[in-house]
Design a protein around this ligand. Structure first.
Ligand code: NDP
Ligand code: BG6
Length: 489
């Protein structure tokens, strides 16, 4: 299928941390795809910056290796690869050293109001403040330059506030792009299309018709080489505070008046503010993966037999407003689970009265499942008549739409989230980026849960690798007379 793309204007993008894991694995391949698809013009410049001493040719070699490793061979077109590498430049730069910044200023030249300019901070968050300050001091951003910051955005509410303040000293909010890559995922954007471009679901999207919502982000990977980072963070900070709460917001928010960045973000913020405080002992389960056949335990992965960090969280939340009064939102995420699967499932109430009493089978409740990965798509579970002359027997069936098949005849490549997000930065569209007050509201809700855990000092419940998480997570649902959906690929 031919991709439908609108080219962006030629731009200058400075990537701080251009030799790092994120740049090599995600940013450079994302930019390559955008050029290959005709969206990134060859007049654009991507300027890598890091301490490693090399010239533009050296950086092109590093980028070429990254493309060869992280772009699927079928998508790696030699001509596009060559044209992409030609857009790259490099400046050796220690962001903490004043003297190094002049070379970047020389390479960039004076800001041109016609040419979008963005600074991607793919470095540790402790550098965010200093980079923002130096960009401003050297006048590199001009009046329109944008700054892009990665997660983690703070460790708790005070640190997130401090980070917001340090950026706000040099950039106004309209020029700060806080990445939550889940917002760039195709199906997450499709959730908005599903809800607000179709008349079918909105009348049912409330406490009168919805029994509960389940949001699952399950991974099969462990913490791998990220142990030192992850062990100081845990699943609550790494996944729930950002990705899962953003999914909850998009599911629960009111229709914004328009698809303008602040209209959408205002509505998400209202959801975060409407979240009822949870009782960490009653409403939240934390788990940690143990060892399995050929699989090391979490404690072994991070090299600390006594670690109390969670690699799994399940919780029940309530959005206290008219639309969602009494509807539980169950959130669950973890590493080393049975399958890699992310979905939002909206479970509707049972039909109010069954006329099929005595018939085989029963009319089950409808579930609308929005699959983020793998196989992005939407499934609606229905109850239908079992075919044949054997009387009125009921059976479950699914209306299943896989986007790649439905929209691309099987030939559509689903773009990575970073492709969309980086192009939105260049276009100046902040809709899919978190605003400072949203980030703070999410921490305000999450912090007391973590504080309660720290106070109790308990170890998370152990679960088997390859399972669905700890027993307690099943009990969280069972107590409410409900069940988690199967974690399956
Ligand atoms: P890495 O440690 O792999 O890379 C860090 C980069 O920063 C390197 O290019 C390093 O190059 C550069 N750097 C370090 N110190 C300086 C300095 N003083 N001046 C200039 N450059 C410096 O980190 P990641 O790429 O994994 O992560 C980058 C950011 O993205 C972090 O904030 C991380 O939390 C976030 N992130 C990463 C994800 C991932 O999948 N990797 C996912 C989500 C967020 P050099 O040593 O040559 O200076
Ligand atoms: C990152 C987390 O933000 O998201 C990782 O730091 C996690 O721990 C990753 O593995 C999951 O992203 P995705 O896109 O693979 O679902």
């Amino acid at each position: 299928m031919v991709a439908r793309v609108v080219p962006v204007a030629p731009f200058d993008l400075v990537v701080f941390g251009a030799t790092g894991d994120l740049a090599r694995r995600k940013l450079l391949p994302a930019l390559y795809h955008r050029l290959h698809d005709g969206q990134m013009p060859i007049e654009a410049r991507v300027i890598g910056a890091a301490r490693a001493q090399m010239d533009a040719e050296g950086f092109r070699r590093l980028a070429a290796e990254a493309l060869d490793e992280f772009v699927a061979p079928a998508d790696l077109d030699p001509d596009s690869r060559r044209r992409f590498l030609a857009t790259l430049d490099y400046v050796p730069l220690d962001v903490t050293k004043d003297d190094d910044w002049q070379a970047l200023a020389d390479t960039l030249g004076a800001p041109d109001p016609e040419r979008p300019r963005a600074f991607y901070l793919s470095v540790a968050p402790r550098f965010f403040g200093v980079i923002a300050e130096r960009i401003a001091a050297a006048g590199l951003a001009g009046a329109h330059g944008r700054i892009v910051v990665e997660k983690p955005f703070g460790h708790d509410l005070p640190s997130a506030r401090a980070l917001n303040q340090s950026l706000a000293r040099h950039f106004d909010e309209g020029r700060i792009y806080r990445i939550d890559h889940y917002l760039g995922k195709e199906t997450v954007q499709n959730l908005m299309a599903l809800r607000f471009a179709n008349a079918l679901f909105e009348p049912l999207w409330n406490a009168h018709h919805v029994d509960h919502v389940q949001i699952t982000v399950a991974e099969t990977v462990g913490v791998g080489g990220r142990g030192p980072y992850y062990d100081g963070v845990g699943a609550m900070r790494d996944m729930v505070q950002n990705h899962l709460l953003q999914l909850l917001c998009l599911t629960a928010m009111e229709p914004p008046a328009r698809l303008r960045p602040d209209d959408v973000r205002d509505e998400k913020l209202k959801v975060l503010r409407a979240l009822a405080p949870v009782d960490a002992a009653r409403d939240v389960v934390r788990g940690q993966y143990g060892a399995g056949p050929g699989v090391a335990s979490y404690a072994d992965d991070v090299g600390d037999a006594d670690t109390r960090t969670e690699s799994f969280v399940a919780l029940r939340a309530h959005v206290e407003n008219w639309r969602w009064s009494g509807v539980p939102f169950y959130l669950r995420t973890g590493k080393r689970l049975r399958a890699r699967m992310s979905e939002i499932a909206v479970a509707f109430k049972d039909p109010p009265h069954s006329i099929f009493a005595g018939a085989g089978g029963r009319a089950g409740a409808n579930v609308l499942a929005i699959r983020l990965q793998p196989d992005e798509g939407i499934t609606l579970s229905m109850t239908v008549k079992d075919p044949g002359p054997g009387g009125m027997r009921l059976t479950p069936a699914e209306l299943d739409m896989t986007f790649a098949e439905q929209l691309g005849g099987g030939g559509l490549r689903m773009p990575d989230a970073y492709e969309r997000l980086v192009m939105d930065v260049i276009r100046g569209d902040q809709t899919l980026f978190m605003r400072g007050d949203e980030v703070e509201a999410a921490w305000r809700w999450v912090d007391p849960i973590i504080a309660a855990w720290e106070e109790r000092g308990e170890r998370p419940a152990l679960y088997d690798p390859g399972s669905s998480g700890p027993e307690d997570a099943l009990m969280l649902m069972h107590r409410d007379g409900r069940r988690w959906r199967e974690i399956s690929a």
